[in-house]
Design a protein around this ligand. Structure first.
Ligand SMILES: [Fe+2]
Length: 184
């Protein structure tokens, strides 16, 4: 286990008892982190520190335990969409500010204040699109993996991801396509 994995495991273990949900979170997060590292290798991006991006990927979904999503073993009270905000609130007291921002800004291809308002989403109506390169990269890589038990490490084909983004509107797909041009 590398140092990022050790730190991420320690943080996850603070909030997650051993069991199916913790295993699911870890497998999903590792798949996303592997894609993040592969994108960086392929593009040879000097501006992004791979270690920082890996740690952020390993922690981006830590908030799911606070949500109500029984099909993936989450028995909290928040709507699933709020898992990014919940994760940020869990990580900030630990001083993991950069990872907290990644949590908050990775949902879909990001969400604008207008989308949150217009669609009455259960989130604060402020800009939640990914800003930094690390935020954008983790958001992008995450879209290729579902949390369906049994299919956690199966990378979705690009066209399937694009179709899923389009369901949330053309602006959502446009943002994803921009991420794909940057990292794909
Ligand atoms: Fe994720």
């Amino acid at each position: 286990m590398n140092r990022n994995e050790q730190l991420a495991r320690r943080v996850i273990d603070c909030f997650y008892p051993a069991g199916e949900l913790r295993d699911l979170l870890w497998t999903h997060s590792r798949a996303v982190a592997d894609k993040v590292l592969n994108c960086l290798k392929k593009r040879n991006m000097a501006g992004i520190d791979p270690g920082t991006a890996e740690l952020a990927a390993l922690l981006h979904d830590i908030g799911i335990i606070r949500t109500d999503a029984p099909s993936i073993h989450c028995h909290g009270t928040l709507p699933y969409l709020a898992h990014g905000m919940a994760g940020a609130a869990m990580l900030r007291p630990l001083g993991l500010y950069l990872c907290a921002d990644v949590c908050e800004r990775h949902t879909g291809s990001g969400l604008t204040a207008k989308e949150i308002r217009d669609q009455h989403l259960p989130l604060p109506a402020r800009d939640l699109t990914p800003r930094t390169a690390v935020e954008r990269l983790v958001c992008y890589a995450d879209k290729f993996f579902s949390k369906t038990p049994g299919r956690l490490t199966e990378e979705k084909p690009l066209e399937k991801v694009r179709a899923q983004m389009e369901r949330f509107g053309t602006a959502s797909l446009d943002r994803f396509d921009a991420l794909h041009r940057e990292f794909g």
